[in-house]
Design a protein around this ligand. Structure first.
Ligand code: 0RQ
Length: 502
């Protein structure tokens, strides 16, 4: 570890995860590194979970509130949730145990736009951060930190936390050094200045994180890989969705509404997103750029084959095999990947200026184009809004994608009214299911409804949606026709009978 921690003042602070966990005060807001299963602390959360269990067994309360970049992994969110160690969690999670406890009312969860988190923490809106626990790859002789596989909110956590615990992970390649671009130009209004980035692959910061050495109270050694979740090969439904998108993009280019060079691409996480990227691999577009938050397998493939020139993100979240390729060819990827803080990777100013093509998955859409990305049947939290809103509202083009049905066809993902709205009709331009693509640009609500029903609904549900829309058009105001007493009856029916079918 001494090789990795080249700042000698930190050497006396090297200790076990258990000893470091004992330094975290009960009830504290703790800023943790981690973004979509990348760069989260590996050992400290486990030690904190063990401490919580021991305290609870002794009849003493012990909980913390954890703030991260985005989701982490079972060995963090899973263990800490299972140990009843979370009071509050923000801004995103995807762990089944954590999700269940949120939905059981045992953990408070604040679901936030990922670009908002750092600034709201800075504004003091979220409370005080007692400790930050940050995974890094090493410490330079002058005390600056080499970031790990995600940057997330680490810059901000290191700035605002009273104390800092570093987990130095010796497993990821040290040759990642230089891949990161940490921007220190953000300020608090009214002193903000423009972010001078006019190209997705521009570097505007420095490769290292700064920390005030006097705040560092512990240094823990880890030697573990990230979560590295696998992705399924694209199935027929995902492939169909991807084909609709790629045909549409080619058409837009032909019409002169997309530059020949294409615009930088943001892609959400998951199998559909990966299928779209796989489609681009064989598609007609070259010299692509990525400006996204999570770099998944699909984007790595595009980079490796030269289809994509460069990609900007805040985290690298890869399957095992893709990670091996990343490690083996680190010199190649270091030249082509830029990892930034999430307030920059997702910044509305940049998304708007660069003209990003945003593609995000959803849970359901309604016939007018409102989008639910987060809630199951109106009340249950899935993962969170993540960065989808940062990109959807500000992108040049904004796609929302989903299979037309869920749960073996019992649920229609196109409904009369969304049971929860994350992205309003004003933010949605294009909705895609395996059935087809609804281009909503320039359409009024009534026009949108007909296109969404015709193009995106599953044939099993299309007549029911048409019937609802037709009857809604019989009476009441006709800007956005609804039958309020019936608008959520599909969800009610599912909750009562296990299917949305009548
Ligand atoms: O449930 O796993 O129990 O079977 O929802 O659905 O089809 O596997 O889709 O994994 O791509 O996730 C929107 C959740 C889609 C995700 C969402 C059930 C379905 C299944 C998952 P099971 P799929 P995906 C970048 C951008 C918000 C954040 C975001 C997400 C489960 O993409 O969290 O976009 N997005 N971030 O059966 C009830 C419906 C349903 C439904 C699907 N209509 N009703 N259940 N399901 N549709 C990343 C970050 O920001 C970090």
């Amino acid at each position: 570890l001494i090789d990795r921690v080249r700042y000698s003042d930190f050497h006396p602070l090297i200790m076990s995860a258990e000893a470091a966990a004992a330094l975290v005060p009960a009830g504290a807001n703790v800023g943790m590194s981690g973004f979509t299963g990348a760069g989260y602390p590996k050992l400290l959360p486990q030690a904190l979970a063990a401490r919580a269990r021991a305290e609870h067994a002794a009849g003493r309360p012990f909980k913390i509130s954890a703030w991260t970049g985005a989701s982490t992994a079972p060995e963090m969110d899973g263990l800490l949730a299972a140990a009843d160690a979370y009071e509050k969690r923000l801004p995103f999670q995807s762990d089944p145990i954590c999700r269940n406890k949120i939905n059981a009312g045992e953990i408070h969860f604040i679901d936030m736009h990922l670009s908002h988190v750092a600034q709201q923490a800075w504004f003091g809106f979220l409370g005080e951060m007692k400790v930050a626990v940050i995974e890094v790859l090493g410490v330079l002789p002058d005390g600056r930190l080499i970031p790990s596989t995600s940057v997330g909110n680490n810059k901000t956590w290191l700035e605002i936390a009273d104390k800092v615990i570093l987990e130095v992970n010796t497993r990821p390649p040290l040759a990642m050094e230089g891949m990161h671009d940490i921007y220190y130009g953000t300020a608090i209004p009214p002193r903000r200045t423009p972010i001078h980035m006019t190209h997705a692959a521009e570097r505007i910061g420095e490769p290292y994180l700064r920390v005030d050495p006097s705040k560092v109270i512990a240094v823990v050694e880890t030697d573990q890989n990230d979560r590295n979740s696998g992705f399924a090969l694209p199935d027929a439904v995902s492939t169909q969705i991807a084909t609709h998108i790629i045909d549409f993009l080619a058409h837009e280019m032909k019409q002169g509404r997309l530059p020949k060079d294409m615009l930088p691409i943001q892609s959400g996480v998951g199998n559909v997103a990966n299928a779209v990227l796989a489609g681009l691999l064989n598609g007609p577009f070259d010299n692509l750029l990525g400006f996204t938050e999570v770099l998944q397998d699909g984007m790595l493939d595009l980079l490796r084959t030269g289809k994509m020139r460069q990609a900007s993100a805040t985290a690298i979240s890869l399957s095992n095999s893709a990670y091996e390729d990343f490690e083996r060819n680190i010199d190649f990827y270091r030249e082509r990947i830029i990892l930034r803080p999430q307030e920059i990777s997702n910044h509305p100013e940049l998304v708007r200026r660069l003209g990003i093509i945003a593609m995000n998955s959803m849970i359901e859409a309604d016939i007018y184009g409102n989008i639910n990305s987060t809630h199951i049947m109106g009340s249950g939290m899935m993962n969170g809004i993540g960065g989808s809103g940062d990109f959807a509202r500000n992108g040049y083009l904004s796609f929302f994608v989903t299979p037309s049905v869920a749960k073996d066809g019992k649920i229609s993902c196109i409904v009369p009214m969304c049971s929860h709205v994350d992205h309003t009709e004003h933010d949605t331009q294009i909705i895609v299911t395996e059935q087809g693509l609804a281009d909503l640009r320039g359409l009024s609500p009534r026009e949108r409804a007909q296109v969404i029903i015709d193009k995106c609904a599953h044939p099993d549900f299309r007549p029911l949606l048409q019937d609802y829309f037709d009857r809604a058009r019989q009476k009441g105001a006709q800007h956005t026709p609804h039958i309020l007493g019936e608008a959520l009856s599909w969800h009610e029916r599912f909750l009562e009978t296990g299917t949305m079918h009548g």
